[in-house]
Design a protein around this ligand. Structure first.
Ligand SMILES: [Ca+2]
Length: 183
């Protein structure tokens, strides 16, 4: 009887562990405004990419995201996206989606470097208006110290940081960024 009880407790513990959501260092690229089709590839180990499954089929192709599980140590992620034509895309830094009322999963993002396009203040060290910090009330994205270098941006799914960047037709953009889970 005791053995059975222990098995049940263990099984429950495994369930809780499996269901505990992890923070994500997520990097979205949105080409829907200029109708730019985007293709993501070459994502580094541990990461996965996707489109915008919540949008219609056409817009889904104009949106790519790179996801990495974020832990208590700084980690680096890389991926490449290729635009179909010249124009502007929106870069969106955020974390994992959680249901309304769920615990917000925050992440720090820092030291963003692009090859094939330009980004302004990718290390968050300048006092610059290049990034738009979104979110409601106390849940606004913010610049904090404790970065990978100096300052970093603290974001969540509904509290993202955004910047518009210029891209060129068929010119791949390689993205490198650092991320870490935070409170
Ligand atoms: Ca920094």
């Amino acid at each position: 009887m005791k053995k059975l009880y222990i098995s049940i407790v263990l099984a429950m513990a495994v369930c809780v562990l499996a269901e505990e959501p992890k923070s994500e260092g997520r990097f979205d690229v949105d080409g829907t405004k200029d109708g730019i089709t985007l293709k993501a590839d070459e994502i580094s180990e541990g990461g996965w990419s996707g489109g915008a499954s919540w949008m219609d089929a056409e817009k889904n192709k104009q949106y790519v995201m790179a996801n990495f599980h974020a832990g208590s140590d700084w980690k680096k992620g890389t991926f490449t996206f290729t635009p179909s034509k010249d124009g502007n895309v929106n870069v969106v830094l955020r974390s994992r989606w959680v249901e309304n009322g769920g615990t917000i999963l925050w992440v720090l993002i820092d030291d963003i470097k692009l090859e094939g396009a330009d980004i302004v203040n990718g290390d968050f060290e300048k006092d610059s208006s290049a990034w738009t910090l979104n979110g409601e009330g106390n849940n606004k994205a913010s610049i904090v110290d404790k970065g990978h270098s100096g300052n970093a941006v603290r974001v969540a799914h509904d509290s993202p940081a955004m910047q518009t960047i210029k891209v060129k037709a068929n010119k791949p953009v390689k993205v490198t960024y650092w991320f870490k889970a935070t409170e």
